[in-house]
Design a protein around this ligand. Sequence first.
Ligand SMILES: Cc1cc2nc3c(=O)[nH]c(=O)nc-3n(C[C@H](O)[C@H](O)[C@H](O)COP(=O)(O)OP(=O)(O)OC[C@H]3O[C@@H](n4cnc5c(N)ncnc54)[C@H](O)[C@@H]3O)c2cc1C
Length: 446
Amino acid sequence: MIRNATQREPLAGSVDVIVIGAGHAGLAMSRCLSQHSIDHLVLERGEIANSWRQERWDSLRLLTPNWQSRLPGYGYAGPDRDGYMTMPEVIGFIEGYAQAVGAPVRTDTTVTSVTATDDGYCVVTDRGLWRCRAVVMASGAHNIPLVPAVGATLPESVQALTAKDYRNPGQLDDRGVLIVGASATGLQLADEIQKSGRRVTLAVGEHIRMPRVYRGMDIQYWLDALGILDERYDEVEDLARARHIPSPQLVGTPQRSTLDLNALTQRGIDIVGRLVGVNGSKLQFSGSLNNHCAMADLKLSRLLQRIDDWAERCRKGSRIASPERFAATRVESAPRLGVDLQKQQIGTVIWATGFRPDYSWLHVPAFDRKGGLRHEGGIVDWPGLYALGLNFMRRRKSSFIHGAEDDVRELGLHLAGYLRRRHGVASRDGRVISRAAMAIRTGDLH
Ligand SMILES: Cc1cc2nc3c(=O)[nH]c(=O)nc-3n(C[C@H](O)[C@H](O)[C@H](O)COP(=O)(O)OP(=O)(O)OC[C@H]3O[C@@H](n4cnc5c(N)ncnc54)[C@H](O)[C@@H]3O)c2cc1C
């Protein structure tokens, strides 16, 4: 048994399952639990869709098209199926879902600790303590920005921001900006900040290059059709690596334009290799830029070939545009290996180097030596504990909106079975009611 002092908090109540987080994943799980007639509550520290309200920059649009914004029992119903939602539209979409599924959400309730007890879990919040049989952590995969160690040695004369802090160019002084990281976020910020009139340098490491539209169809159509987004965690050769693959260089714009390194360098954005060192005001970049770009070009051609082969087999005779190949990424033969922040008048560094989940409130021994959550496709290595929305958790699409449906269905089934086998008694209508919840209802709690 694992307990801590926080259990002295007043008891707010008891349910079979607590879901932590009212983003799309937590809400989808709520719908699934309701379908299994499982008593549950969704605890949310802010408002519904909080991450989209609080943690994204102003101009962001989804990089997945509207037709792909689908959740269990719900989907985009507007007129622009090929468009890309703005942040207010995403928030409206998720709020609409919460209403449609009647999710029992307690907003403004922050979970501060989760501990295991003899018969389940004790979930402490800033509004009292809950007891439950099982916990679903739908608290997001993008809670904490990852900043490489060299970040700690930046001189104080530069403003350092993460993609989570950045809202719009109005936050920046007029000097140049270095953006570290060239995946979807890094490219989108480089594009916006350069258009605001500032000089931008982009540090580029491993990246995934993709055209927005290929053969007349959104690239997401092809990834979907080829089954790439459905690839399962137990099918890939190197899962650890697959879970760390960067997001593709994509942007959602009304023009459906491609945003790649060529588009940026053509407009005067400087590209350099990975940031590897800081020495006073001097920054050092690795000499790997050419290799990273060549590798991204090669992977792009392989993907396009796969698409062409599939189209030849499965869409023969249908009206799709002809195959196309794109110019190789243009890189100087000897890209710069150093930049002097002072001489180049760079006033801001923005880290677009990824995120990790925050489970600092989880006091259960379910972490590996590196602090990662030990789980098998979201079934955590501790009975009755589940995760949602993590990168390549059960499938390549797990961390995307449309990825919730399959994961939630499978984890919901597992959870229902767990409650039945381990704790449950079935009521007359077949509803799973835990012994502890019944004890609480009959006043027999100690
Ligand atoms: C910049 C960016 C762009 C993205 N673009 C797309 C896209 O185009 N298409 C797409 O499909 N996906 C996209 N994603 C990925 C993914 O869809 C989002 O990250 C999405 O927000 C994840 O949903 P979620 O429900 O798993 O987590 P979140 O939406 O993060 O929801 C988690 C909820 O848990 C709450 N919470 C966290 N900790 C606690 C706590 N201790 N107590 C109580 N509540 C807590 C949070 O407030 C939040 O509301 C993007 C992600 C990022 C970061």
